[in-house]
Design a binder for this molecule. Structure first.
Ligand code: SF4
Length: 435
C-alpha cells in the first residue's frame, strides 16, 4: 500500500491524549502494568529487571502478583468505596509469553475482581516470537488479550544472533501468521536500529519485511548502550563500536519517510500506527496520567507519588506476602505491596514531567488541557525556558497544541532538558522495547 498520511492533528491529538473535558475521567482512572520478570536467556543489550534460569518460580510469582493486584485494587478504590476504573492492562517483561494461559487467566481474573475494568479495555501482552505457538495464542485471545506486542528487533539473522535473541527471522513471520489466525487484529512489532555494523540497506530491508507483514503498530528504538550489560562492557573494551549519530539519524529519517508512504501515522517519537491502533496504554504514560505497575521492579505514578517495587523475585514475593498478612488496605496507602522507592512529586515537577512526556507525541500538548489540569497556562510556566528552542524552530504552536517540529523530533533532548531548569536529568517516559 502506498498511501500518503495526512491527518488532522487536533482530531488525532484529541483521540490520543484526550480533550480538556475528559481530563477528570482520565485522572480518576488508571492503566495497569503487570511485570513478568522471566526470560529464557538475557539479550546482550537488555537492562530490564528480568531473570534467566528462574522459570521454576513462575507459579509462586504469579500467585503473589495476583494477591498484589487484589491489594492494589482495595487500596486504590475511590473515596465512595467503589473500585477504581481501569482502562488498559499491559503484561510487560521480561517475557510474558512464558506464562501459561492459566497463569494469565488468574492475573486477569484478579484484575477484574479488584478494578472496574472497561469492557473495551485494551489488554496487551508482550511476546517473544520464539515462545509463541498456535494453541497458546488461541488461548490468550479467548481470555480477552486483544493486543500483542512482539519483540521482533530485526529481520537480519546475524544481528539477531549478535543481540542474543532466541528467535530467527522466519520465527517472527510464523508467530505473526499464527497470531493473525488466532484472531489478533492489533499487533505491534518492535525493532531496534543503529546496531553495530548495521547498514542503512540492512535496516531498510528489515523495515520492508515488517511492512509486508502488515502490523497495525510499529515501535522503532535506537540502540542504547546501558550500563551493566554485556554490550556496555564490549563497547568499553573497544571490541564493539556503536553506530554513529549520523548513521542513526539516517535510519530514523528513512523510517519516517517509508512508514508514512506505507500508511502509518507517526504519533510519538518512536511509534507508528494505523489510524485507531495507537497504543492506549502508552498514551497514559505520555499523558502523564495515573498508572499502577505491579510486579518485581515495576513503577507506578499514583496519588502524586512515583514509586518502584522490589526488584529481586524472591524479595518481591516475600514482601507481597508480608503486606497481605498485615492486611494493609486503607485507602490512603500507595496501591502496591512491595514498594522499595517512593517519591512525592511536587506540582512544579509534575508540570515539567507532563510537558516532557507530552512533547514526545507528534500532536504535542493540548494547551487547554494543560491549563485545565494546572490552573496555569503552558506559556506562563514554560515560555521563558523555551524561548531559544522556539526561536530556532524546535517547537511550534499549532492551534491548541504545542509540539516539536520535525527537526525538533531529532533534537528532542535539547527541548526536554530546558523543561527542568534545576536538574540536568531528563527522565524517560517508561516506553519500552518488548522482550
Ligand atoms: S530484551 Fe526482552 S527477551 Fe531479551 S532479555 Fe530483555 S526482556 Fe528478555
Amino acid at each position: 500500500m502506498n498511501v500518503p498520511v495526512e491527518r488532522d492533528v487536533e482530531r488525532v491529538a484529541a483521540e490520543q491524549s484526550g480533550t480538556a473535558e475528559s481530563l477528570a475521567a482520565d485522572l480518576a482512572s488508571i492503566s495497569l502494568y503487570l511485570h513478568v520478570p522471566f526470560c529464557h536467556t538475557r539479550c546482550h543489550y537488555c537492562d530490564f529487571n528480568t531473570y534467566a534460569g528462574m522459570l521454576g518460580h513462575r507459579e509462586s510469582y504469579v500467585a503473589a502478583l495476583a494477591q498484589e493486584i487484589q491489594l492494589a485494587g482495595m487500596r486504590a478504590r475511590q473515596s465512595n468505596g467503589s473500585p477504581r476504573r481501569c482502562r488498559t492492562v499491559f503484561f510487560g517483561g521480561g517475557t510474558p509469553s512464558l506464562l501459561s494461559p492459566e497463569q494469565v487467566d488468574s492475573l486477569l481474573h484478579a484484575t477484574r475482581q479488584a478494578f472496574a475494568l472497561d469492557d473495551a479495555a485494551e489488554i496487551t501482552l508482550e511476546a517473544n516470537p520464539g515462545t509463541l505457538e498456535k494453541g497458546r495464542l488461541d488461548a490468550l485471545r479467548a481470555l480477552g488479550v486483544n493486543r500483542l506486542s512482539m519483540g521482533a528487533q530485526s529481520f537480519d539473522r546475524d544481528l539477531l544472533r549478535w543481540m542474543g535473541r532466541i528467535h530467527s527471522p522466519e520465527e517472527i513471520e510464523t508467530a505473526f501468521a499464527a497470531a493473525r489466525k488466532a484472531g489478533f487484529t492489533s499487533i505491534n512489532l518492535d525493532f531496534i536500529f543503529a546496531l553495530p555494523g548495521q547498514s542503512l540497506a540492512t535496516w531498510a530491508e528489515t523495515l520492508e519485511r515488517a511492512i509486508d507483514l502488515g502490523p497495525e503498530h510499529l515501535s522503532l528504538y535506537s540502540l542504547i548502550v546501558e550500563e551493566g550489560t554485556p554490550l556496555f562492557s564490549w563497547v568499553r573494551e573497544g571490541t564493539v563500536h556503536p553506530a554513529d549519530d549520523d548513521a542513526a539519524a539516517d535510519m530514523y529519517e528513512h523510517a519516517m519517510t517509508r512508514l508514512a508512504a506505507a500508511g502509518y501515522g507517526q504519533y510519538e517519537i518512536s511509534n507508528w500506527a494505523r489510524a485507531g491502533h495507537e497504543c492506549r496504554h502508552n498514551l497514559t504514560y505520555w499523558g502523564n496520567l495515573p498508572y499502577i505497575g505491579l510486579g518485581a521492579g515495576a513503577h507506578s505514578y499514583f496519588g502524586g507519588h512515583r514509586f518502584a517495587e522490589e526488584r529481586p523475585i524472591a524479595r518481591y514475593i516475600s514482601r507481597v506476602r508480608q503486606s497481605v498478612a498485615e492486611g494493609n488496605t486503607t485507602a490512603d496507602m500507595l496501591p502496591a505491596g512491595a514498594i522499595a522507592e517512593d517519591e512525592a512529586i511536587p506540582p512544579e515537577l509534575e508540570m515539567a514531567e507532563t510537558a516532557m512526556v507530552g512533547l514526545r507525541l507528534n500532536a504535542g500538548i493540548s494547551r487547554s488541557r494543560f491549563a485545565a489540569r494546572y490552573g496555569r497556562t503552558f506559556e506562563q510556566v514554560f515560555d521563558e525556558r523555551l524561548a531559544d528552542v522556539r526561536e530556532v524552530r524546535l517547537i511550534e504552536t499549532a492551534g491548541d497544541y504545542i509540539r516539536l517540529t520535525e527537526h525538533g523530533r531529532l533534537l528532542g533532548n535539547e527541548v526536554f532538558a530546558r523543561l527542568l531548569p534545576d536538574s540536568p536529568e531528563v527522565p524517560e517516559a517508561p516506553t519500552r522495547v518488548a522482550g
